[in-house]
Write a protein that binds this ligand. Sequence first.
Ligand code: URA
Length: 210
Amino acid sequence: MTEHLTVVDHPLVQHKLSIMRDKTTSTASFRQLLREISHLLAYEVTRELPMTNVRIETPMCDMDAPMIEGKKLALVSILRAGNGLLDGILELIPAARVGFIGLYRDEETLQPVEYYNKLPQRMEDRVTIVVDPMLATGNSSAAAIDMVKAAGAKDIRFLCLLAAPEGVARMKEAHPDVPVVTAALDEKLNEKGYIVPGLGDAGDRMFGTA
Ligand code: URA
């Protein structure tokens, strides 16, 4: 992908996102919409995957049929909200390998601290898509990308639902080689680091823990 930031400005994505933002939307609807939107975002984030032709035989004749080249993709979810996006993407890419990264924020330094890191083998050979619905300060996203790079990943994309300008700038500074795909670029962060207008706490909204 050539652009650092891609906003998926598609009517279906925008319509579903607006319902998700509405605070009266139920947990069940939020989860279902996230699943639906993740299909549409997955379509965009995989648009430029490398392709190769494979010789196959249809019932009619032989042909060179286009298929995705290389090893199975790696999908890496940043816990816990990343799992909502992950589930939908796995429906489209069921053979993908899956990794999980857990980070918490040190309340003194405000920096992300790793508590879980389980990634697929051979990351250096896989296109890697790191998923987290909210790109807010960008600190945990940048730290997660550091971790997948440390495991060898080279061709990495970051997929989120909402991004704040601060998070996009942080990612561009820390990882200019990692394209960011999002459904919307919101206005700003508030003093607590929440995206405005946003949709609130994505994990709480999808798991009903508010
Ligand atoms: N994480 C969330 O869940 N929501 C925000 O607005 C920012 C970070």
